[in-house]
Design a protein around this ligand. Sequence first.
Ligand code: AMP
Length: 284
Amino acid sequence: MKIVETIAEVKSIVRAWKKSDASIGFVPTMGYLHEGHLSLIQRARQENDRVVVSIFVNPTQFGANEDLDSYPRDLQHDAALCENAGVDLIFHPTLEQMYPKGFCSFVDVDVLTKELCGLSRPVHFRGVCTVVSKLFHIITPDRAYFGEKDAQQLAVIKRMVQDLNMDVDVIGCPIVRETDGLAKSSRNTYLSPEERKAALVLSRSITQGKKYVQQGEKNAHTLVQAMTEIIEKEPLAKIDYVKVVDLFTMQQIDTLDRPFLAAMAVYIEKTRLIDNFIVGGENV
Ligand code: AMP
């Protein structure tokens, strides 16, 4: 496994792979890898001749008062996990490689980014789409793997790829959870033991929400209300949003009569966590 920092090196490696017709699977990450990331890497490993993982804490997707500086980083540990998972190449670019002086071009997906996380993180998806576009151009993957943990991100990237005629298959992978239900996240490391316990309110609300849907609930507002009430019982939790949206447009719906996403963002003290469930999508 190679670890490279420059775009020129990645391009030359990819050029050699393409000469021998090797297919490339790509998993973009911000590092501090866990089993959620590994599930994407494993899928990429199964479906492609070569696997590239990028590790880059992308500053343009963080708002001014967010956790860019404190975001956890451990390249050595990440590299060991990747090596073990059969990754061929880690792309770990420097800031200067990705955003050289004078950089001023951005990719902005409309409509889908105006709901859910886009409301509380107004610059987030512009940063995500810009960096993912750059990475797609540099790595030219056949397939790219994204987690349903960030379901809005997955929908936005799929839209971007379709709208801008990018030649890559975007593949969504199911949420990986801790044994007690908490969705795995690099940000879980911010939680104190007491907050870690309180954070279970997200997955409890998700499980309950799924149950209501299985029992035949058709009213989106009733579903949101039921899920909200569970979170409100936890004193350390503060809701950013709990919403039900159309899976493809990310617009709020009243009736559960099409593929949908039930999503939430909840602060556990200072840590903002997200969770969701999808009904009627590819993996359900
Ligand atoms: P991040 O490093 O947080 O930007 O995540 C990189 C990729 O891993 C994204 O596509 C995420 O959706 C995915 N991911 C993160 N956590 C999980 C999880 N618990 N289960 C599945 N995929 C995940």
